[in-house]
Design a binder for this molecule. Structure first.
Ligand code: MEV
Length: 311
């Protein structure tokens, strides 16, 4: 017997970091990249679960990993949520085309895929809400103090308006728009940038709260523009959000170089996406200009690009 589940990557369109401090944010799924988990029955004693994740060089028995290892924890959490003490022996095979530590939600996507594949394997498929809450628990291990936006947008695989601790609101996109994603190729675990912002916020709370408030204004305006199909308003809002992220100290020379290159080649606006420092940036483009902007990104040093349509 065998079951498979996949989950998409994601981008934060507006509002990263400030969302950890209770401000709203907008996130979108990116289906061009996926994490896939396949669970295969094995002839062995119950409880004997093997993880194979060749992309990250992991081949191990769950019981040999520390209980707080993110993958071991997510597997234990599924069985514990289902009240299964002695799960059937199996191999959990994980593959992902989402680059790790790049701001595209690879950790959350792997969790969602594993939770869905395992719960289907034992013929007890979980609701989206249950999947989301288990994935959030796993995110805490990856990220330390996550807002929950990554697991939510990835579980529901649709554009969302998100405020920490509240039910998300689906975003209706009145007019589809095109985003070019550029990867600096520099790994930057979100856990570290989130912790760094926390240290800075503790040292200068007033300044950081002000930045977060300004970001919240941008997010609200962006949401209205998306709802109204006013795509041209989104470019300047992205630039504004990027300037605030730079003030916050989470941009970098490489991210600035890539965002600048997209603007010079005709993008309407650009910003980093996710934790920052390294990882990915996004640019809003007219559809016809997407290929030119993607090429400009490569010329400016991007390791790879993805063109995606938000609808
Ligand atoms: C990561 O995609 C977004 C951050 O705001 C962290 C979080 O919300 O958990 C940087």
């Amino acid at each position: 017997m065998m079951t498979t589940a996949s989950a998409p990557g994601k981008i934060i369109l507006f509002g990263e970091h400030a969302v950890v401090y209770g401000r709203p944010a907008l996130a979108m799924p990116v289906t061009q990249v996926q994490a896939t988990a396949t669970v295969i029955k094995r002839v062995a004693l119950p409880g004997d679960i093997q993880i194979e994740a060749p992309d990250v060089g992991l081949s191990a028995n769950v019981n040999a990993l520390p209980r707080d290892h993110p993958l071991a924890a997510v597997i234990h959490s599924v069985f514990s949520a289902l009240g299964i003490d002695r799960p059937p022996a199996c191999t959990v095979h994980i593959e992902s085309t989402i680059p790790v530590a790049s701001g595209l939600g690879s950790g959350a996507a792997v969790s969602v895929a594993v939770i869905r594949a395992l719960s289907s394997f034992v013929e007890r498929p979980l609701s989206d809400q249950q999947v989301n809450s288990l994935a959030f628990e796993a995110e805490r291990l990856y990220h330390g103090a996550p807002s929950g936006i990554d697991n939510t947008v990835i579980t529901y695989a649709r554009p969302i308006f998100f405020i920490k601790g509240q039910p998300f609101e689906p975003v209706r996109v009145a007019w589809p728009f095109t985003i070019v994603i550029g990867d600096t190729g520099i790994p930057s675990p979100t856990k570290e940038t989130v912790a760094e912002v926390r240290r800075k916020w503790q040292a200068d709370t007033e300044r950081y709260e002000k930045i977060f408030d300004q970001i919240a204004v941008v997010v609200h305006e962006a949401r209205q523009s998306i709802k109204a199909g006013n795509v041209s308003a989104l470019g300047p809002l992205m630039d504004e959000n990027q300037a605030l992220l730079r003030d916050m100290g989470v941009s970098s020379v490489e991210l600035d170089r890539l965002t600048e290159a997209t603007r010079k080649s005709g993008a309407m606006g650009a910003k980093l996406s996710g934790g920052g420092r390294g990882g990915n940036m996004i640019a809003l483009v007219e559809k016809e200009k997407a290929a030119v902007v993607a090429e400009a990104l490569i010329n400016a040093g991007a390791k790879r690009t993805i063109i995606t349509q938000i609808r």
